[in-house]
Design a binder for this molecule. Structure first.
Ligand SMILES: [Zn+2]
Ligand SMILES: [Zn+2]
Length: 1014
């Protein structure tokens, strides 16, 4: 047995086991630290991680983004860039609160207050700690290299202070105000929800609501009434007006009902008028017994004539547009429900009912009084709370807002400096910026950033900008201030800077996107005078991280980020909040380049939901497919389309990984037999190479260049496409064409070339498949860098594209010849006389082609074939219309002219390649195939000699299968016994012996075919 230079590879890799082993090696050898050390002082590449919400274990959705981040940081690492690897967690807000509420069985704000805010805050922190531990473990298993333990946690006092500072700036510029307005409201969470939160996935869901047509009797028009349409019956008690489109025509039905004429075109009307003339009419409200206000008709240009009756019920206390109209027309505002969405006591028989419960009662009541025209169900997309899934309502509330009037244009200008991939996501950001309303930053909750607002009865609004400012102005309570958080901070009143009286903080907390948006300032030390070791590990983050608070010089070095990446919904969330705060503080964008990506669905294209049983836990995916296969699935995905993730696609990826694995295994097996020992310095390939070797070297260089272009464009899908084409060339061309050179074991150039190609390919793929590439690298590279991740990016010359095009042409000819064989039903082992090739510059490779397609001779010339062209009706029909029959007839009669580029001219029309179906029929005895301007004709005539040779090939194949089945080593020699009927084949005896490693062939009467180890 020869010396084993390389560890033999199993037939199939066990991905999870291999990955665990590689993780252990990285840990033991400090590979990641070595990469950072190697790149220290290199050019900077600034990546800022968007925080992951710390309320869960790692899911396959999150793992997608984590993979992309890791891929590009690893790629930049190979290219020598000095980088930051700080991971971050989102730790406050409804995510955390609702999780804790569920765990404790609490279901309202009252429950939380009864439980105790202090205990509740502790439980919230516990959830974050548990989740952060889980997420870190999951990301490590995924292969993500981050500076774990140095993470940022948005609930740190430092992070909170930076948001305070931003808010103070906003206040100084006069952009902060308290608004009294109608807002989307979650009745379960008891808080308003802001406009950008409605962009989160899952917020809009199909839902069936009551659909009511209701009569409002007119006061001074006996027997007449207005008819309105609503899908929110609970808002009817708050009705104060009915809006008509002033320029639309309205008609009076025979039964006394007024509706828009355009809505009922077939109706007979006894009277008609335009909306403008109805303005000022008064009517009896639907619930005058509960609410005593005057009801009147108002004009509104936006009343739609596409649905309902063309008359709109207006309740300024229950709708955004209603509220604004109410302001305009000085209508009373009636808010019927409290924070938890239940009717106030003053609403009589409705008191205490939820909006859903009230709907039934209201329908019944209207029906009983003859006011209901029609009741049904209406299915529409309706917004739900992004956290607890409760249908949202509109409510009037006092909230804190940042005015965007002066910020809109600067934000648009800043976004114009950002390069977005895919490009349309940048346009989405522009659209959002053009349409965004003022930012509602307050939430009536507990575990969140405490808004540092202290409005004084004297009229002055005090805004605190830092913890030290709070301490200076505090009137007491500092001794118990454990964190800048409720309930502790609520016990610290301050002195009003205007009147000197004591004043208390508002109870609201901040929108969580304030926490995340401030990250590029809070973690990089913006305007911080001196570097503070562990200065970020403050408040609730103490003990969880060792993160420093760097100084301003550091911020200058790393801001703005060169690159950030998150899923598309973050356009209106994290990307937006970061951009917002950055424009406020610096006037410019916080990132230069963004990679966004679409949604993840299950492999059948459905949303993944815990309750549907199609959710995949990352741990399950690690165990059943392995991290490399997951990463492949993520990286092969174009970012502008939804990813259909699952175990089914994973199985086909595993099969694709095998192509690479088998190529390396082929190398290892024969290199061990030949005792081939490569050297890292031989990575600069020189010396005499066979033409095929030279081609593989050039092909490898082209792959490096193509993959580099993909990485530089932040498109992993391009890297994966380049890789798949390359591995196909490596395995199905180079190795297949070179096998005999490896079997003989003496062709050093072949071993060197194949080793070179594999090793370069491993370096290129290391960012995407970090485990399997490092595993193979460590086996193949004996004296080079210990890990592929330390090997840097391959530095290769420009590829010889002329040579590559030539072989690409050869491969095209071979593929076509195989197609032609398939149509003729002749298997590849049957040798044929000749192949005629037209249109491919591959004359120099006639021998290879002959070999590959198993013909005696390859001729370059004109293929005699009948060309048949038919119209491709779906494409051509619409374009030609009534001209089509003439063209069809001309084509059928063969009256057409062939033009360059696959085009044709017939009956005076030029036809594009996709407008015709082209078929080439060979002459009798030929099989023809054609594509992209290349045509081949395979001579299918068999003679006795060809048939005999075909049988010889069958025999060789049969014997080699037997060798495998009997478990013979590749080098074992055999004695072959054949029955007498095969004796004629022994005209090829020497050839057969060579091909099956036989030392002797015996003919034995009617014995079966057999082999014995020699
Ligand atoms: Zn909610
Ligand atoms: Zn005051």
């Amino acid at each position: 047995m020869a010396e084993q230079v390389f560890q033999p590879l199993p037939t199939v890799p066990d991905h999870p086991a291999l990955e665990e082993a590689v993780l252990a090696l990285w840990e033991r050898e400090g590979t990641f630290e070595a990469v950072r050390e190697q790149n220290r002082g290199g050019p900077k590449f600034s990546f800022v991680d968007g925080p992951v919400t710390a309320n869960k274990t790692l899911g396959v959705h999150t793992a997608w983004g984590r993979t992309l981040k890791d891929v590009f940081q690893r790629y930049k690492g190979l290219r020598g860039f000095d980088q930051r690897y700080q991971n971050g967690f989102d730790c406050q807000g409804l995510w955390i609160e609702v999780g804790v509420e569920q765990g404790l069985g609490l279901n309202s704000k009252r429950d939380i207050e009864d439980y105790g805010l202090e205990k509740f805050a502790r439980k919230c922190r516990d959830l974050v700690v548990w989740s952060a531990t889980e997420l870190i473990a999951g990301c490590k298993r995924l292969g993500q290299w981050m500076d774990w333990g140095n993470d940022y946690y948005t609930f740190s006092d430092t992070n909170i202070e930076y948001v305070w500072r931003m808010l103070k700036t906003v206040h100084e510029r006069d952009w902060l105000y308290r608004g009294h307005r109608s807002t989307e409201w979650c009745p379960r969470c008891g808080t308003s929800i802001s406009q950008h939160e409605l962009a989160m996935s899952g917020v809009y869901q199909e839902r069936a609501d009551p659909s009511l047509y209701v009569r409002f009797p007119l006061n001074d028009r006996q027997g007449e009434s207005l008819v309105i349409w609503t899908t929110t019956p609970w808002t009817l008690p708050a009705n104060v007006a009915a809006a008509v489109n002033p320029s639309a025509e309205y008609g009076l039905r025979r039964n006394g009902e007024w509706v828009a004429v355009a809505r009922y075109p077939d109706e007979e009307f006894t009277d008609r008028t335009i909306g403008a003339d109805m303005v000022g009419w008064t009517y009896a409200g639907p619930f005058d017994d509960l609410v005593d206000v005057e009801h009147r008709v108002i004009p509104w240009e936006d009343v739609s004539l596409d649905e309902g009756t063309g008359i709109v019920h207006i309740a300024p206390g229950c709708g955004g547009e209603d509220f604004e109209l109410g302001q305009l027309h000085e209508l009373p505002v009636i808010t019927p429900v409290n924070e938890s969405g239940h009717f106030y006591d003053r609403f009589g028989w409705l008191h205490g009912l939820s909006t859903a419960e009230a709907a039934d009662q209201i329908v019944g009541n209207l029906g009983g009084r003859g006011l209901l025209v029609e009741a049904g169900l209406y299915t529409h997309r309706y917004p739900h709370c992004w956290r607890c899934d409760t249908p949202l309502i509109f409510r009037i509330a006092d909230d804190w807002f940042i005015s965007v009037r002066d910020l809109r244009q600067p934000m648009l200008d800043a976004n114009a400096t950002v390069e977005w991939t895919p490009e349309y996501m940048g346009k989405r950001m522009d659209d959002w910026l053009r349409n965004m309303g003022d930012w509602n930053i307050s939430r009536r909750r507990y575990y969140g950033l405490p808004l540092p607002f202290y409005p004084c009865p004297c009229g002055h609004l005090n805004v605190i900008g830092s913890k030290s400012e709070l301490e200076e102005r505090a009137l007491g309570g500092l001794e118990q201030l454990e964190e800048l958080r409720r309930p502790w901070i609520d016990r610290v009143p301050i002195t009003c800077e205007a009147c000197g009286e004591g004043v208390e903080r508002v109870t609201e907390v901040g929108d969580v996107w304030l926490d995340a948006g401030i990250v590029p300032f809070a973690t990089l030390g913006w305007q911080n005078d001196e570097w503070r070791p562990q200065g970020y590990a403050t408040g609730a983050a103490r003990g969880l991280t060792t993160a420093d608070l760097p100084d301003h010089a550091y911020w200058e070095e790393w801001f703005p980020a060169d690159w950030v990446s998150e899923m598309r919904e973050q356009i209106r969330l994290w990307f937006y909040s970061q951009l917002f705060m950055s424009v406020v503080l610096t006037g410019r964008a916080p990132f230069r380049r963004v990679l966004g990506y679409e949604k993840m669905l299950d492999e059948n294209g459905r949303e993944m939901h815990g309750s549907w049983g199609n959710m995949i836990e990352a741990n399950d995916a690690f165990a059943r497919m392995g991290a490399d296969v997951m990463r492949w699935q993520y990286c092969a995905q174009p970012p502008d389309r939804n990813l259909l993730f699952g175990f089914g696609p994973a199985d086909s990826i595993k099969r694709e990984v095998l192509t690479l694995w088998n190529s390396v295994k082929f190398f290892v097996d024969y290199a061990n037999i030949a005792s081939f020992r490569p050297s890292w310095s031989a990575l600069n390939l020189e010396g005499d190479l066979a033409p095929l070797d030279r081609w593989l070297v050039e092909r490898t260089h082209a792959f490096v260049a193509d993959a580099e272009a993909g990485y530089e464009a932040y498109l992993t899908v391009d890297v994966m496409r380049a890789y798949e084409a390359y591995v196909d060339d490596l395995s199905n061309w180079y190795i297949r064409r070179s096998r005999p050179r490896f079997w003989e074991g003496e062709d050093e150039a072949a071993f060197k070339t194949l080793w070179y190609a594999i090793v370069q390919m491993l370096r290129v793929m290391a960012p995407i498949l970090p485990f399997v590439t490092d595993h193979l690298w460590r086996n193949l590279v004996l004296d080079g860098p210990a890990s592929v991740h330390l090997a840097g990016w391959p530095d290769v010359p420009q590829p010889d594209r002329v040579l590559l095009d030539e072989i690409a042409a050869v491969r095209r000819v071979v593929t076509l010849a195989h197609q032609a064989r398939n149509t003729s039903g002749l298997k590849l082992r049957q040798p044929l006389r000749r192949l005629v090739v037209e249109g491919a510059a591959a004359r120099a490779h006639a021998r290879e082609i002959a070999d590959e397609v198993n013909v005696k001779e390859v001729e370059f010339g004109t293929v005699e074939a009948e060309l048949r062209v038919k119209p491709h009706l779906p494409a051509l029909g619409p374009r030609l219309g009534r001209e089509l029959p003439a063209v069809r007839q001309a084509l059928q009669a063969g009256e057409f002219e062939e033009l360059p580029g696959g085009r044709f001219r017939a009956a005076g029309h030029e036809l594009e390649p996709d407008e015709v179906l082209v078929e080439r029929l060979g002459h009798e005895g030929f099989a023809v195939a054609s594509a992209d301007g290349v045509t081949v004709a395979l001579d299918t005539t068999l003679d006795e000699e060809l048939v005999l040779e075909g049988r010889v090939r069958d025999l060789i194949r049969q014997v080699n299968t037997m060798r495998k089945e009997q478990g013979l080593e590749l080098t074992d020699r055999v004695v072959l016994t054949v029955p007498a009927e095969l004796e004629p084949l022994l005209r090829w005896e020497e050839h057969i012996k060579n091909e099956v490693l036989a030392v002797e062939i015996r003919v034995d009467g009617d014995a079966d075919l057999s082999i014995a180890k020699a």
